[in-house]
Write a protein that binds this ligand. Sequence first.
Ligand code: NIG
Ligand code: FE
Length: 418
Amino acid sequence: MPDLLIHDLAEVATPEGTSPRRGADQRRVSRLRGAEVLCRDGRIAFVGEPGERRRLFGELPEAERLDGRGGTLIPGFVDPHTHLPWAGTREEEFAARLAGRTYQEIAAAGGGILSTVASTRRASEDELVANVRRRMDLMLAWGTTTAEAKSGYGLNRDDELKQLRAIRRATADHPVDLVPTLLAAHEVPPEFRQDRGRFVDLICDEIVPATAEAGLARFCDVFCETGVFSAAESRRVLAAGVRHGLSPRLHADEFADSGGAELAAELGALSADHLMAVSPAGIEALAGSGVTAVLLPGTSFFLMKHRYAPARRLIEAGVPVALATDCNPGSSHTESMPMVVVLAVFELGLTIEESLTAATLNSACSLGQGGEIGSVEAGKRADLVLLDAPNLLHLVYHYGINPVAAVVKAGRVVRRAV
Ligand code: NIG
Ligand code: FE
């Protein structure tokens, strides 16, 4: 594989390190003017001045070249919370929400997650693979190079495994890397409504072991929420996951304070996600724990909640903050991390630098991959995004457009905007 030299950049903007950035460190971003980046064997071999590169590596006549054209190079976006493998659409529900019905009312009437469960159960594995690939194409076009992807629309053993196999097949021949998560505890399916305890048993005794045995997931997630799974039920499911080698991460305190943040801290989860309704005690628990808060401002936006997670208080408490799309058909129908970064700045009150760290290094760390991806530094895998922007600030300053000029995955140019 030839070297790749990325030249004529106006700026390289990146957080630094291999562990989550917290507090004042979250906004410490390196912004190098006029640097070049050399990729060798899929990794970043050099970031620095052209003269220094020539001295260390020579003229590199055989190298492929990517002309930066005065743009800005950042790490590939890492999207650590998506629900990618679903079938069907819910635009009628969306229209009903626009007309004033709430997400919870629609769910209580049998719509919401359960409507996607019905269409996903009906779909073939091949159909799910095609759906996931289409969404990954969009992710790549908007600069995402790694994403987490959850099941959770099967809610029985065969259909959860079908979703996870679709994730595995879709990522096998696509530049975007998917990290699979079992979310069998996403909702209680209709056939167990009268006996939810048995559904939790089924997850712990059958679905988790079968998933682990097939090597189909890295994480186990639970929708820990008032009216969905209690903290006690969530603890049981996540403990079963841990027994079978699946690390815990949680949907925590999305709509009501349900003790999800405290549970994430207690279990040493890599992430607690959503946190729109996290309590002061929950923030305190997270602060002492090393859990990364994965915030999903696209969900507040799309559900028209006019209520966002307390991102500033989390950062001030020393909790590392990451960002994700929550890409799903009900509460946040987007694949775009640049859109999420814009919302993080305008609605969560993050600085542009904090948001960049949140969407790259901190999100990589929340997937346990901070040593491998998430920053533009020698030694890391060369997953990079070239922005058609003269500096980092334009990522938010010029909003509503796709800023991605090219995407590099493991040292190869895998996408160019024409
Ligand atoms: O993260 N909170 C639960 N699950 C998703 C919504 C899924 C859906 O509406 O289909 C979320 O918001
Ligand atoms: Fe979610």
